[in-house]
Write a protein that binds this ligand. Structure first.
Ligand code: BYC
Ligand code: FE
Ligand code: FE
Length: 472
């Protein structure tokens, strides 16, 4: 089950050749995917280059990644599910203890399809957002990492399209086609979720996106990995192993910009990283504020009957539902959420099932907090003592959920809109910040060289030296 068949046109470990109808349907979708990739994937001549990429060879722990040079359009995108767990039961909600579903239960068909389509839509969206970045890549190492993330987001799309084709019939096939028709940021046919329609014009944005937005992916996939719809759970479990690298790229990318800023501050007579062509720490904080707030929006409303329904049905659990929690009905319990009452925050108890988006968001926030603590350690390790990064409140700068209708400062205090606007340029990237960061984005494509605004990573990829030619 765990070995991947690479002799097939679509590599897979789901015995695709035994289901000719499904195989034919997916083989029909495949050229449309490649067309989309060629149109909307990495732009600027990179598709013809050989890139040092990892490919899944087996879903077994430790043994799945194999590195080698491939041209991106020839990447072996496929369908890889984690091995089934014998006798697995629905773990939570009203259907707990009944056998997991191997087919879509009729009453949950629409709900489940919506979850799969929403998840699926983010994957090609991120590739579209990142398509111009290689043109200004700060090093070969970073460009390779960008492409690794891109091809794996492409594979995540395959993972979801397999579910749509395999389990949702004609509607599923239509949705799979539509996934290749929407475009990030297009006013007429945008991607579904806000964060995936925001531009990604510079590498600080890319590293913040892979830190904060891919981390939403981790939490959403983990919640779906608990699903009673077994094919979804098994797909998400394998996707999570790929996601870990995306988070690594983001966190270490921002850290290297921070380290370089500190070095440049120490070199400058006025301690000014910008004067030395670096990205100063307050600017990095503003990017953090922006991408954290867009990413917390992705968890949906604080009080959500959709979320309650997903949990009740056993379709979407909490983070580590089965290993961390002992009570799995979530009935007769509440979650405290500060709500706005006459312009003031009043903590109210919300029925737990309706607060599931917020429960997941809080897990996510705590994980982000740890990332910031590691970045702060990097600042201190550089001997810089007068600056600390801080994670904004989940109420700050929201466009979804109960806090979207009011202004909040980064500490989460309700403030008048005029006050927010007066501080906007201090809290969020300004046009001048964006122009400055954009001015630094000059390509460095020579092996081993780094752009001035980012420190070199401590080591290369898969044991290769830093000056290895990762893209030929
Ligand atoms: N933007 O009850 P509510 C990833 C809509 S990232 C725009 O609050 P619900 C990745 C919502 O659709 C992980 N619209 O929300 C990362 C609903 O619309 P309708 C992606 C939004 O349904 C990096 C209405 O507002 N995976 O993998 O409880 C690179 C009120 O809904 C937004 C998933 O999202 C928004 N931010 O929760 C590559 C998992 N937020 O129905 C990949 C699947 C909400 O009124 N999705 N709305 O028209 C879900 O589980 C849920 O749909 C959500 C929303 C958590 C997204
Ligand atoms: Fe993904
Ligand atoms: Fe990702």
């Amino acid at each position: 089950m765990s070995s991947i068949d690479y002799s097939e046109r679509i590599p897979n470990n789901v015995d695709l050749s035994s289901d000719k109808r499904l195989q034919r349907a997916l083989e029909k979708w495949q050229p449309a995917f490649i067309d989309w990739w060629n149109d909307m994937g990495p732009a600027g001549g990179w598709q013809e280059r050989d890139v040092f990429l990892r490919t899944a060879v087996s879903v077994d722990k430790g043994g799945w990644a194999q590195f080698g040079f491939v041209k991106m359009p020839e990447y072996r995108w496929g369908i890889f599910l984690e091995a089934p767990e014998a006798g697995r039961l629905v773990g939570f909600g009203d259907n707990a203890a009944s056998p997991v579903w191997q087919e879509v239960p009729g009453e949950y068909r629409n709900t489940l399809q919506r979850i799969v389509v929403t998840q699926a839509d983010t994957e090609p969206a991120s590739v579209e957002q990142q398509r111009w970045l290689a043109q200004t890549g700060p090093s070969q190492y970073d460009i390779r990492n960008l492409f690794q993330v891109n091809v794996e987001e492409g594979r995540h799309l395959w993972a979801m399209v397999y579910l749509l084709h395999g389990y949702f019939g004609r509607d599923g096939r239509d949705e799979a086609d539509a996934l290749l028709e929407r475009r990030s940021g297009d006013p007429d046919k945008p991607r579904i979720l806000d964060a995936f329609n925001q531009p990604c014009p510079d590498w600080l944005t890319f590293f913040c996106f892979t830190t904060f937005t891919d981390r939403d992916g981790k939490y959403q996939l983990a919640a779906l990995a608990e699903s009673g719809f077994d094919p979804l759970a098994r797909t998400c479990r394998f996707m999570l192993t790929e996601e870990a690298h995306h988070l690594f790229v983001g966190e270490t990318g921002v850290r290297r910009i921070i380290e370089r800023a500190c070095t440049l501050m120490k070199q400058d007579p006025n301690g000014d990283a910008r004067a030395q062509g670096g990205i100063d720490l307050p600017t990095i904080q503003r990017w953090v504020n922006y991408w954290f707030s867009y990413s917390v929006d992705l968890f949906g409303g604080e009080i959500s009957s959709n979320a309650a329904d997903f949990f009740a049905a056993g379709l979407k659990g909490r983070y580590k539902e089965m290993s961390k929690y002992t009570e799995h009905t979530a009935l007769g319990q509440t979650h405290a959420i500060p709500l706005l009452r006459d312009g003031r925050l009043v903590v109210e108890d919300v029925p737990l099932r309706n607060a599931m988006n917020e429960v997941l968001r809080e897990e996510y926030r705590d994980d982000c907090q740890k990332v910031l603590e590691r970045w702060n350690k990097a600042v201190r390790d550089q001997g810089v003592t007068d600056f600390e990064f801080s994670l904004p409140s989940t109420r700050f700068h929201r466009r979804q959920g109960v806090y979207a209708t009011h202004a909040f400062d980064p500490n989460g205090n309700a403030i008048p809109l005029a006050e927010f606007e007066a501080h906007r340029a201090e809290w969020l990237p300004s046009d001048a910040d964006r122009a400055y960061v954009a001015s630094l984005m000059k390509p460095v494509h020579e092996p081993g060289k780094m752009a001035n605004w980012i420190a070199a990573p401590p080591r290369g990829i898969d044991g290769r030296p830093l000056d290895f030619e990762y893209v030929r």
